[in-house]
Design a protein around this ligand. Structure first.
Ligand code: NAP
Length: 256
């Protein structure tokens, strides 16, 4: 592994780290290849990592990621800016363990979309009706702003703001959670997070998605007339190049 690319947040510290890293790698005969990198360094925060994954989706199964956080530790990042020299030393002298984690795969209108953290159906204009099916079995009709389906990685992101459960590293599960559901005598739905087996397929159907958006990580598309959205864990995975292990509890503690 010696072809690299860098995806950096456009702030001063991230740019300085990026330049130092590039110089050190090139000095050690690594090749800067932005088209077909084997190792992609993400410098910034967890948000920068999300951008990098979407940028390199086409080669996702043959490249690996290593992230340096220029703030606190983060969930996708293994080194902080202060640990740049240690990071460079590890990359140059150690063999990385690869940890593969599945992406979320969303099917809508014959198109596939992929997410690291989550997908959301959100309608802030009007009450969104959603018929929810799990593996083809009708579960409920939901009424409210929308639904969020997250991965283990995304359980600490938007899902956590919804008061969803944090899912520990190593458990590749799905979590479905309502976004401001309507619950009263006439309408009710599950109302609490539902953690699902990795092989489950969730389907949302509605007669109207008018005013609704499909949000996936930092991206979104307006929903049109098509009435079905399928969500599952993908065979496409993100490959994390692990040069050191950080206890998940340490990452979690750093979050709040
Ligand atoms: P962004 O600025 O890239 O990210 C928003 C915040 O979420 C940042 O502080 C980011 O951390 C953090 N974050 C991203 N993924 C995370 C994860 N897996 N665990 C813990 N924190 C995480 O914003 P964006 O580009 O609009 O959206 C990207 C993601 O932000 C979405 O996937 C969504 O999960 C999250 N988001 C959350 C809320 C909310 O909680 N209400 C609202 C909008 C978006 P860094 O500071 O390290 O980059």
């Amino acid at each position: 592994m010696n072809k690299f690319a860098i995806v950096s947040r456009k702030d001063e510290i991230s740019e300085i780290i990026s330049k130092k890293l590039t110089a050190s790698l090139i000095k050690n005969k690594w090749i800067n290849d932005n088209k077909n990198p084997e190792l992609i360094f993400c410098i910034g925060g967890d948000g920068t990592f999300l951008h990098a994954v979407h940028q390199y989706l086409e080669i996702i199964n043959r490249c690996s990621f290593l992230a340096i956080h220029t703030g606190t530790l983060g969930f996708f990042t293994d080194y902080t800016a202060e640990e740049l020299n240690l990071c460079i030393q590890d990359v140059l002298t150690k063999k990385a363990k690869i940890r593969s984690v599945p992406l979320l795969e969303i099917e809508y209108d014959d198109q596939k979309y992929f997410a690291v953290n989550e997908m959301r159906i959100e309608n802030v204009i009007q009450t969104q009706l959603l018929d929810v099916y799990i593996d083809g079995v009708y579960l409920e009709t939901f009424r409210g702003t929308g639904m969020c389906v997250c991965t283990q990685l995304g359980s600490t992101a938007y899902n956590r703001s919804l008061k969803g459960a944090v899912i520990e590293e190593g458990l590749d599960l799905l979590q479905m959670h309502e976004i401001t559901g309507i619950h009263h005598q006439k309408y009710r739905s599950l109302g609490v997070p539902y953690i699902l087996k990795p092989e489950r397929v969730i389907e949302f159907q509605s007669n109207s998605f008018e005013g609704a958006f499909l949000c996936y990580d930092q991206k979104h598309i307006p929903l049109g007339k098509k009435s079905k959205i399928k969500v599952k864990l993908s065979d496409n995975t993100i490959r994390f190049a692990k040069y050191r292990e950080i206890n998940y509890v340490e990452r979690l503690k750093d979050l709040y």
